[in-house]
Ligand binder design. Structure first.
Ligand code: ADP
Length: 495
């Protein structure tokens, strides 16, 4: 009887379930979108029950589609949107409120208040993160302070806190657990010691009794209740989405890098067993712990990556589909002197400038739609270059290869531009679903479905390779223009 690993990929806009076989191939996949709730400008929430129900539905569908029985599922791996906060009643399992999503800016004032208290350095040293509403800690505090009676209930031990992985595992198994990659995004977890930190909990005013216990990323998190799939299945792999993608790309060695080109872009480099603290506002994060101690990554993110192409399609309406952007870009030999910095919501790493706003510069009477489209694609590659340069400087060594994935990585023009700008080969994985695959690998490693990392590395098959064509003169000109354009967006701030 052939066995499979079920990966639950709980994203920001949809829940997906994929069944992988031993070769790491996708045998069945099901996906369901769920509601995005925007109660006020800048606020983003999800209905935690809808997250769970959508995840359960797609898991059952994926199993049904392959016509297998639950006995054939060797293990379940979970990967999830990170930093999103759920608080629920330990006894009833009922959420105390909607989940506060990572994108939600409601705790900006709490962050400012903490900055004036001078705790930012302590937070940075212990968590590797910045004091920003993006992360979970201040969201937990906000809920405890703003949902009627919640703090008192929490202090009595009646409330569980979890990121989305914990919430799903609680529903699947009844256990209240998480893994260090997710814990490392909460502002409450000491990434050097690998434990929840009393001082951080005091700073955030969060009682320790609401925290999940932290298990290894590849290890037993719980066994599914029989009524869920008709069989008891171990949940044995968990990692936040970006760390899971790093694992799915088999970036196991110090210096291995991947960039995911989705709505935003996330570049992570494996830094091995030691946390590297950035001089360029990159984040230090736990990559995973697969049983022999924590491994770390440096991470940089761009807020507007592939989303700039969506903007061209939906707002400017100058392309019909995202895929058209490639053909249009190639219809001009260059961007005609146009630079585009899509700082729609500020700039991410290495700038972290929330006030910057986007700009298209260098327009002339001869500027065409294709020039703007080409400049938009260039902006994804150039922002990624800024991350890459920061990663290399923080690592103190050259990176030789970039592995890529995500929706926009199928754009060959973009990938070739990326290779040219970085002057290193850019390679995609033959299996596009690296995030779900990473979760599956973590789960399967624990149960012996895959023997070791070596076996997984063998499964990694190169998709497409883009070899750089480097022109030093052109390179210098492009980077100088880009720097000027970025500076312009930083000057043109919103009051
Ligand atoms: P997410 O997981 O963040 O929702 P995906 O990995 O599904 O994102 O990628 C979707 C993003 O990629 C969208 O922003 C879309 O505009 C962009 N995209 C999709 N196809 C292409 C393409 N061929 N060229 C450029 N961008 C693309």
């Amino acid at each position: 009887m052939e066995k499979y690993i079920l990966a639950l990929d709980q994203g920001t806009t949809s829940s997906r379930a994929i069944l992988f076989d031993h070769a790491g191939g996708i045998t069945s996949c099901s996906q369901k979108e769920f509601s995005q709730i925007f109660p006020k400008p800048g606020w983003v929430e999800h209905d935690a029950n809808e997250i769970w129900q959508s995840q359960l539905t797609v898991a059952r569908q994926a199993i049904k589609e392959l016509s297998i029985c639950a006995k054939q599922i060797a293990a379940i791996g979970i990967t999830n949107q990170r930093e999103t906060v759920v608080l629920w009643d330990r006894n009833t399992g009922k959420p105390a409120s909607n989940a506060i999503v990572w994108q939600c800016r409601r705790t900006a004032d709490i962050c400012e208040g903490l900055k004036t208290k001078g705790v930012e350095n302590t937070i940075r040293e212990k968590t590797g993160l910045l004091l920003d509403p993006y992360f979970s800690g201040t969201k937990v505090k906000w809920l405890l302070d703003n949902v009627d009676g919640l703090r008192a209930r929490a202090e009595k031990g009646e409330i569980c806190f979890g990121t989305v992985d914990s919430w799903l595992i609680f529903n699947l198994t009844g256990e209240h657990v998480t893994d260090p990659s997710n814990a490392s995004r909460t502002l409450l977890f000491n990434i050097v010691k690998g434990e929840w930190d009393k001082e951080l909990l005091d700073i955030m005013d969060v009682p320790a009794c609401i925290l999940p216990s932290v298990r290894k990323s590849s290890g037993l998190f719980g066994i599914t209740k029989k009524e869920i799939f008709g069989e008891e299945i171990p949940v044995s792999g968990v990692a936040g989405d970006q760390q899971a993608a790093l694992f799915g790309q088999a970036c196991f060695t110090e210096g291995d890098v991947k960039n995911t080109y989705g709505t935003g872009c996330f570049m992570l480099v494996n830094t091995g067993k030691k946390p590297v603290f950035s001089k360029h506002k990159l984040l230090t994060t736990v990559a995973w712990d697969i049983g022999d101690g924590m491994e770390y990554a440096l991470e940089g993110s761009i807020f507007v990556g592939g989303d700039v192409i969506k903007w061209l399609r939906d707002q400017l309406k100058i392309i019909e589909t995202a895929a058209c952007s490639e053909e249009m870009a190639l219809s001009e030999p260059d961007s005609g002197g146009v630079s585009f910095v899509p700082a729609f919501v500020g700039l991410g790493a290495p700038y972290w400038d929330p006030n910057a706003r986007g700009a298209i510069l260098g327009l002339t009477r001869g500027t065409t739609q294709a020039h703007i489209i080409r400049a938009s694609l260039n902006s994804i590659a150039l922002q990624s270059r800024d991350l890459f340069a920061a990663l290399e400087e923080d690592m103190g060594k050259r990176i030789e290869l970039l592995k890529v994935d995500g929706g926009a990585s199928i754009n060959s023009f973009l990938m070739q531009t990326q290779a040219d700008i970085l002057n290193i080969p850019v390679v995609s994985s033959a299996i596009a679903e690296t995030t779900a695959l990473g979760a599956a690998y973590l789960a399967g490693l624990h149960t012996g479905y895959w023997k070791n990392k070596k076996e997984i590395t063998k499964n990694w098959i190169e998709g497409k390779r883009y070899t750089p064509k480097f022109d030093a003169e052109k390179h210098k000109r492009i980077l100088t223009t880009w720097k000027k354009a970025v500076e312009a967006t930083r000057m043109f701030t919103q009051d």
